[in-house]
Ligand binder design. Structure first.
Ligand SMILES: Cc1cc2nc3c(=O)[nH]c(=O)nc-3n(C[C@H](O)[C@H](O)[C@H](O)COP(=O)(O)OP(=O)(O)OC[C@H]3O[C@@H](n4cnc5c(N)ncnc54)[C@H](O)[C@@H]3O)c2cc1C
Length: 435
């Protein structure tokens, strides 16, 4: 037994931890008698989607091999425990890059599929699941199945964004995208409010592959919704990139370093520093996509009680008003995030039955665990999201009510028959009941 936590460090769950050893062994290792199990990738989900207290946890990180790499066409078949950082190290020297990447490269391919993660180019490319041509799935009854759009297509759609509940993904066949090298052309644009944000986002769609905004969540009145828009394209330069610099947060402070004062100071400084840096600059892919990876274990900043992330998406028609309402509620609460992220999702359909992205606007913020007052704020945000017809992202969640989940995910009934009865998670128990 070992105590395992997720990125938000809200709890430590005792589980029976089992390392999966090799592709051919997975079906045997996850079968047999014992409590229900769950695959664990690299624990970069914030809440309880990757936790299984009192059950088995199948650690996938040893499944990190490339099975086949067609360097001419960018097709990679790799084991599901490979990190995106390892995938990039393998593929970039041959001019290939993952078509979709989240804000950290320290996630496994299996975790990226199970949460159907999105990146800053959703408006062009859709989700990570859109890049998966096929996957191998091991079920606890001993079966091993190939799933793709043509073979077991329903199980394929249930597994992409399936929160690890349909089986263990053993390997995946991915289509990568061409790049010239490790460099990005990044334009920094300051905006003073939400109307300007939506206008810049729209105007950027045609010419910029990537786009995301940071919002000053402490802004009120005339500064409500001000922020910095960062849009980017892969550059045509092949020169090798700089070495990635990583520091580590070595200790957990006794209390959260995030409080009303530090938030105001940071947000003000960040806004004005970036306003001065407006214009186009050439940056390494790591500095554009993964700025937070530069400080390993930064999640300790929030102290021993941990933190939540709240990420919602609301449909286009309601996006402007709902985002303003949420920012006003957050600003008024005196709590909030160093980095509040705002992004417009595009029209590309997500392939998973429970995929989070849909056309609309997504807002993501971190909150220190402040007990009842934090929960009270989340209830106000839930109300706004539900009234707008939106939903919450399970990869970031540790507390959404089951009712909000059911209303947000219209294909839940279609998904449920594909659950593997030998798999369970803390999130599944909370939102779906037992397997
Ligand atoms: C700094 C930071 C930035 C982030 N930015 C983004 C972002 O921009 N966009 C975004 O979408 N997400 C983002 N995330 C969330 C992150 O991408 C997801 O939570 C991702 O799924 C984590 O992958 P993991 O390998 O750590 O999986 P874990 O967190 O360990 O597990 C996640 C889920 O995948 C399942 N799983 C893992 N491996 C397998 C497998 N082999 N077979 C079946 N199921 C499996 C688990 O059971 C669990 O349900 C961010 C997270 C962090 C910490």
């Amino acid at each position: 037994m070992a105590a395992v936590s997720s990125w938000g460090r809200l709890s430590r769950a005792e589980s029976r931890v089992i390392d999966l050893d090799g592709r051919g062994q997975v079906a045997r290792q996850i079968g047999g008698p014992g409590p229900a199990g769950l695959a664990y990738g690299n624990g970069r989900s914030y809440g309880d989607v990757c936790l299984n207290p009192d059950g088995r946890l199948w650690m996938t990180r040893r499944l990190d091999h490339a099975v086949e790499f067609d360097r001419a066409n960018g097709r990679l078949r790799c084991e599901a425990g490979m990190l995106l950082s390892e995938l990039i190290a393998l593929a970039l020297p041959s001019g290939w890059f993952p078509p979709v990447t989240p804000g950290t490269q320290l996630v496994t391919v299996g975790g990226a599929i199970a949460n159907d993660v999105h990146g800053k180019n959703h408006h062009r490319t859709g989700t990570f699941g859109c890049t998966v041509r096929a996957l191998t799935l091991a079920r606890t009854d001993g079966t091993v199945l190939t799933c793709s759009a043509t073979e077991n297509p329903e199980l394929f759609a249930a597994t992409i964004g399936g929160l690890g509940l349909t089986g263990v993904i053993v390997d995946a066949d991915l289509q990568l995208r061409r790049v010239a090298g490790p460099w990005m052309d990044v334009e920094t644009v300051a905006f003073s409010g939400l109307d300007e944000f939506f206008a810049i986002s729209k105007a950027s769609e045609a010419d910029w592959e990537y786009g995301v905004a940071w919002i000053d969540c402490t802004g009120r009145g005339s500064s409500l919704g001000r922020g910095i828009f960062l849009r980017a394209n892969h550059a045509s330069e092949a020169r090798p990139g700089p070495p990635e610099r990583q520091r580590r947060m070595f200790f957990t402070p006794p209390v959260s370093l995030i409080n009303g004062l530090s938030l105001r100071v940071f947000n003000l400084a960040y806004y004005h520093a970036h306003r001065r840096m407006q214009g186009v600059s050439r940056r390494s892919y790591a500095s554009y996509f993964y700025p937070l990876d530069g400080l390993l274990e930064w999640n300790r900043i929030y102290g021993p009680r941990g933190f939540y992330q709240y990420q919602s998406v609301v449909p286009p028609a309601a996006a402007r008003a709902a985002t303003a309402d949420m920012l006003a509620a957050i600003g008024g609460s005196g709590t909030g995030s160093f980095l509040a992220v705002l992004k417009v999702f595009g029209q590309v359909a997500s392939p998973g039955m429970l995929s989070f992205p849909m056309p609309g606007t997504t807002l993501a913020l971190d909150f220190p665990n402040g007990g009842a007052s934090t929960q009270g704020l989340f209830e106000r945000l839930d109300f706004i999201v539900q009234a707008a017809g939106g939903r919450i992202y399970p990869a970031k969640d540790a507390r959404m009510p089951a009712d909000l989940f059911r209303r947000g995910y219209a294909r839940l009934a279609e998904f449920l028959p594909h659950r593997d009865p030998g798999i369970d998670s803390a999130m599944a128990r909370r939102l779906l009941g037992s397997a």
